[in-house]
Design a protein around this ligand. Structure first.
Ligand SMILES: Nc1nc(=O)c2c([nH]1)NC[C@@H]1CN(c3ccc(C(=O)N[C@@H](CCC(=O)O)C(=O)O)cc3)CN21
Ligand SMILES: CC(C)C(=O)C(=O)O
Ligand SMILES: [Mg+2]
Length: 282
């Protein structure tokens, strides 16, 4: 039997199109709960921000990778808070929906107080969340920020700001001990109030285990297909970074005739689980 037609509402409900609805922390949690993969890309300017936003990329990261991909440095260490803030403001002007995450660069979060002062700069530039690299030693800092209304994304595994301590950009968490330490760090970040966790260059099995261990969404870059979402550096996705290509990188321009199509293909591949494939994983 056909249902009787609904009576016309006197006040129509506002139309919320996917393109204009803001992505928030509850959105990310709902995606995780529903098993819908979260899409994230790095972004450094307003034009690309607008394009990514229209393609439905849910999170835009003003990564300190900007020092390497925009400015040609050999590492992320020379990047300053002022530089990240400048690019964050540009990205914020270009977006309508995406959740904007800004990296706290090297040297910007040595104490909870300095982390707070620098995170305020990034939030006032337009970030909705800040990201910092490291585990247990940062628990007090993460608590300090989240208690003061600054959402935090933690970053574990290959933490590029520690490149000189790690001895290069190497896969992390390969031994039982280092895998257990990473899990304990992940739990500490969550307990301290982190809303999201980025996992970089770790074995897929560890990415899966950390994701299952936590309640917050995980975003992987070389951390396997079982994270709650994926992130890539936009220059890698477009095949324009001249440096050495990490295993987790896929050039989404292959087979495409426009940047829009490449970004749309990335979003589709993350959503349908075809990226990352085995060849992109450790
Ligand atoms: N363009 C760009 N893409 C990135 O992903 C990125 C940056 N820049 N700059 C900051 C860091 C540096 N990153 C890197 C750089 C290289 C590898 C890399 O080549 N890794 C080896 C692992 C070798 C091993 O331990 O087995 C690989 O084969 O992928 C990984 C991450 C990630 N971040
Ligand atoms: C690689 C991502 C996660 C990052 O931190 C950056 O782009 O700086
Ligand atoms: Mg970074």
């Amino acid at each position: 039997m056909a249902a009787s037609p609904k009576p016309a509402a006197t006040t129509p409900a506002p139309v919320k199109s996917a393109a204009t609805k803001a992505v928030t922390i509850p959105t990310l949690n709902a995606h995780r709960a529903a098993g819908e993969k979260i899409t994230m890309l790095t972004c450094y300017d307003a034009s690309f921000a607008s394009l990514m936003d229209r393609c439905g990329v849910e999170m835009l990261l003003i990564g300190d990778s900007l020092g390497m991909v925009c400015n040609g440095h050999q590492s992320t260490l020379p990047v300053t808070v002022a530089e990240v803030a400048y690019h964050t403001a540009a990205v914020a002007r270009g977006t309508k929906s995406a959740l904007i995450v800004a990296d706290l660069p090297f040297g910007a979060y040595g104490t909870p107080e300095t982390a707070y002062a620098n995170a305020v700069q990034l939030m006032q530039a337009g970030a909705h969340m800040v990201k910092l690299e490291g585990g247990a030693w940062l628990a007090d800092t993460v608590r300090f920020l989240t208690e003061r209304a600054i959402p935090v994304c933690a970053h574990l595994g290959l933490t590029p700001q520690s490149v000189h301590q790690l001895g290069g950009y190497k896969v992390q968490g390969k031994t039982t001990e280092s895998a257990e330490l990473l899990k304990s760090d992940a739990l500490k970040m969550q307990a301290a109030g982190a809303s999201v966790l980025v996992l970089e260059a770790i074995p897929s099995q560890l990415g899966k285990e950390v994701t299952e261990l936590l309640a917050i969404p995980t975003i992987g870059i070389g951390a396997g297909p079982d994270c709650s979402g994926q992130v890539l550096v936009m220059h890698d996705l477009l095949g324009v970074f001249p440096g050495r290509k990490a295993r987790f990188v896929k050039n989404f321009m292959d087979g495409q005739t426009s940047i829009d199509a490449a970004i749309a293909a990335y979003v589709a591949a993350v959503k349908d689980g075809s990226f990352p494939a085995l060849e992109h994983c450790f």
